[in-house]
Design a protein around this ligand. Structure first.
Ligand code: PGA
Length: 256
């Protein structure tokens, strides 16, 4: 596999200045052990600047959300993509299932945020995923096809040359329940196939992350699936030992 592994930590609404400093000092140890893969942390927006100062180059910075607007203006409480770039972000998560379920972000909003991220020069990590009910009723591919399709329709397949997709089954997020390797591989192959139907070269290069209760003890088997190119890690990204063990699993599988 020529695609590089990306292990991304989604801290969600967790952390404090002092807790972040401890976590980052532990994550920054032995940087050269992870040279064959990319590591990314996505802290809450207020901490981006201080986290960036502490990262020391070996770990990339991303945000968890951005405005769908592309120009500054009267949008109280929103964060413009350009501002994230100014603080050192390279990536931004868009369409996380918590944003979709708790903050009413629909496919059209997510597609606008994806486009706004790219307009600012950020690499969007587009999250897609089905609920348990949808999986059990056999609707997984229809749901994922719709979620990905909205972005493909708005931005075109070419946009995926500079984007990442994260498959996060909603039933696996924060539940301790993970997709089996077979479910992960089958679903990732489906997503790659959706891209390949429009552009085989882009499909082959786009990184597809798996997310949902990835931990040190299940990372290696999930990451060894042909179409899994990394992980979007929630709970386990807040514990340095867990996150580093997941990164070590990716590094061990890396062909670089
Ligand atoms: P989890 O979260 O690893 O805690 O399941 C993943 C995510 O929501 O990105």
């Amino acid at each position: 596999m020529s695609r590089r592994y990306l292990i991304a930590g989604n801290w969600k609404m967790n952390g404090s200045l002092s807790a972040n400093a401890v976590l980052l000092s532990e994550l920054s140890l032995q940087q050269d052990q992870y040279s064959g893969m990319d590591r990314l942390v996505c802290p809450p927006a207020p901490y981006l600047e201080s986290v960036e100062r502490q990262l020391g180059g070996g770990i990339l910075l991303g945000a968890q959300n951005l405005s769908d607007q592309t120009k500054a203006g009267a949008f109280t409480g929103e964060v413009l993509g350009d501002m994230l770039v100014e603080l050192g972000c390279r990536y931004v998560i868009v369409g996380h299932s918590e944003r979709r379920a708790l903050y009413g972000e629909d496919d059209a909003t997510v597609a606008r945020k994806f486009a706004a991220a790219q307009a600012a020069g950020l690499i969007p990590i587009l999250c897609v995923g089905e609920t348990l009910e949808e999986r059990e009723s056999g609707a997984t591919e229809a749901v994922l096809g719709r979620q990905l399709g909205a972005v493909l329709a708005a931005s075109g397949v070419g946009a995926f040359a500079k984007a990442v997709i994260a498959y996060e089954p909603v039933w696996a997020i924060g539940t301790g329940r993970t997709a089996t390797t077979e479910q992960a591989q089958t679903t990732h192959a489906f997503l790659r196939g959706q891209l390949a139907a429009q552009d085989a070269k882009i499909a082959n290069s786009t990184q597809l992350l798996y997310g949902g209760s990835v931990k040190a003890d299940n990372a290696a088997s999930l990451l060894s699936c042909d179409d899994v190119d990394g992980g979007l890690i929630g709970g386990a990204s807040l514990k340095a030992a867990e996150f580093l063990a997941i990164c070590a699993a990716a590094q061990a599988l890396s062909k670089n």
